[in-house]
Write a protein that binds this ligand. Structure first.
Ligand code: 8YV
Length: 319
């Protein structure tokens, strides 16, 4: 009997690792949108029977895509961020949404700390200094700024922000945070509601809040200016949380000291202005990119789909 009669049909928006694809194909008839040369034609042909979308954090599911899938029941996001899923369209049509919180928190926090250290101590340039012979030819590498004991600001004290803080404590840092409300678990940390005031007192400003329309450009031109010529901005959340034009202007003119970024508007295509800067550390949106975490994320995507198709409660529902 044909596969699709026995198995629910699902749409994969972007590629997953092979170990996930193999497992998904055991239970579902998988359509790969990313392999279609003409996505519209593909969806006109296949869209009518698709009951689930499996997507990635940064790819989400737009209202336009959802509108082309009349039998859609559930969107399962491989990622904690669901800002790219049109939740209003899902709510209106009774479509459930799940994500993969918790399993990636520690890896995302680790990368944030690694980015702070790498950028502050100039490790990329230092390695170049060794490899290109500058060490032997020119002598000592220019001095960089210390990390321990300095002031950190954390914008968004959710799961990831909290783990960033736990790690920063190991560097004896003076830590403050900003969030919509003061948090009961923010032991020993100064609460500063205004992001610009938080930036003003910070040497390192971590952006760790989940993105939504309400947080768009919360790191504004003024916040960036307040962080200042000695400050460093570290973004492990979403590009939309930062006014990227303002960030580029500030990095180019020295209004902001430096930045370490894992996410970009229009990624994976970056604004070419980033590539000309020597005061940025650029990472390819891989804060959750370890084998262990990605395996756990894939498992949670599948567990949510399995729960949905067996009428069991969803493990990590968003809608
Ligand atoms: C991506 C993410 O989903 O968790 C998120 O919100 O953006 C990431 O984990 C991951 O890079 C896979 O594309």
């Amino acid at each position: 009997m044909e596969d699709r009669i026995l198995k629910p049909e699902i749409l994969l928006v972007g590629p997953y690792p092979d170990w996930d694809l193999v497992e998904l194909e055991k239970s579902y008839h998988v359509h790969k949108l990313y392999e279609a040369s003409d996505a519209d034609a593909f969806l006109r042909k296949q869209g009518d029977n698709i009951r689930a979308v499996a997507t990635r954090g940064e790819l989400g599911a737009s209202a336009a895509l959802i509108g082309k899938l009349p039998k859609l029941e559930v969107v399962s996001v491989y990622g904690v961020g669901y800002d790219a899923v049109d939740l209003a369209a899902c709510r209106e049509k009774g479509i459930r949404v799940t994500n993969t919180p918790d399993v990636l928190t520690n890896d995302v926090a680790d990368l944030g700390i690694a980015m702070m250290l790498t950028q502050s101590r100039g490790m990329i340039g230092a390695e170049r200094w060794v490899k290109d012979g500058s060490w032997a030819a020119k002598g000592l590498y220019p001095l960089r700024r210390r990390v321990w004991g300095r002031k950190a600001g954390v914008l968004g004290l959710g799961r990831i922000g909290f783990e960033v803080v736990r790690r920063l404590r190991g560097f004896d840092m003076d830590i403050a945070y900003s969030d919509v409300t003061e948090k009961s678990y923010a032991d020993g940390m100064t609460y500063i509601a205004d992001p610009a005031a938080l930036a003003e007192r910070s040497d390192f400003l971590f952006v760790t809040l989940s993105a939504s329309a309400a947080t768009r450009h919360i790191v504004s031109r003024d916040v960036i200016k307040a962080l200042g010529a000695e400050g460093m901005l570290i973004n492990i959340s979403r590009a939309s949380n930062i006014d990227e034009d303002a960030l580029l202007d500030a990095l180019e003119t020295g209004v902001l000291g430096s930045a370490a970024l894992d996410v970009f508007e229009e990624e994976p295509k970056l604004n070419p202005r980033f590539l000309a800067l020597d005061n940025v550390l650029l990472q390819p949106h891989h804060a959750s990119g370890t084998v262990e975490t990605r395996k756990a994320m894939g498992q949670l995507v599948r567990d949510n789909l399995a729960a949905h198709f067996s009428n069991a409660p969803l493990l990590t529902p968003v809608v």
